[in-house]
Design a binder for this molecule. Sequence first.
Ligand code: NAP
Length: 295
Amino acid sequence: MRILVTGATGFVGRALLPALLDAGHDVLAGTRHPDTYDGPGLPVAADVGDPEQLSAALDGCDAAYYLVHAMEGDPRGDFAARDRRSAEVFAELAAARRLKVVYLGGLDSADTVSDHLRSRLEVGRILRERAGAVELRAAVVIGAGGSSFRMLQGLVEKLPVLVAPRWVDSRCQPIALGDVVRYLAAALDLPAGHYDVAGEQVLTYEQMLLGYARIRGLRRTLVTVPWVPAGLSARGVALLSGLDLALVEPLIEGLAVDVVAADDRIRALVPFDPLDYEQSVRAALAPTTTPAAAA
Ligand SMILES: NC(=O)c1ccc[n+]([C@@H]2O[C@H](COP(=O)([O-])OP(=O)(O)OC[C@H]3O[C@@H](n4cnc5c(N)ncnc54)[C@H](OP(=O)(O)O)[C@@H]3O)[C@@H](O)[C@H]2O)c1
């Protein structure tokens, strides 16, 4: 198949490209900066906010991955509107070409969700309803360079005493980057619809933070301080992780609710045993298995 991967320079896209090439596909690496792209696949200009450019990139393709979000560098906080517009244009162009569309978004939550999680679900709905997409829904993806994983690393590596807000009690079902890549590659053959993808364990963020410390051999104490304002906690995490505050703020907001898989239909359709949390972290920390090394 000839496949366009949007977000090819991102955390997930970088890891997916080698897997698609290994499977024998003809892969276009979609980015807004093809001139400086030095990864695998054929670089192609594919700004999802530019319908003409996106249309040219999709011409001749059989399938396309949507691995893009507009949070980074968005101090005005209007990422949801931009992501909605981009998804609508992408869906229209993909449907006109009858492309197989695969999207990786976020797990749904029974509680009121954050702007970020709501936006990820909205993009998924648009792509499914208008382009018959396969939407995979994941919580935190554990892998070197992932934004949520970098937030966790920044906190544990740099602070001997972790002063954490109430969100440390929220539950999450993280998944290893390698397992997400397996599901994404297999999604080309899945019927349209949404599928939760998750690792073996449901953990609180406290268990994830202290579990990471244990794996790294670091002595860490966690103190819960319920009244830490969300803005302050986001600024601290941005500083410690080196990530853009515009990216960290919506991600921190999303930690307030449980994000746990509601269905495991994909386990029968794509049968393998996902890694547990400790295995996922060890894989993320192993230099030879980082996406950059794989690329
Ligand atoms: N990371 C996680 O833990 C996690 C968890 C669950 C779901 N997901 C989902 O996985 C997908 C990919 O996330 P990620 O973590 O890989 O993101 P990322 O590392 O932050 O990368 C974002 C990508 O978006 C691209 N991008 C931004 N604006 C664009 C535009 N206007 N046109 C084209 N490309 C644009 C960037 O490419 P250029 O700058 O090269 O153009 C970059 O490659 C997202 O849908 C995310 O919601 C991620």
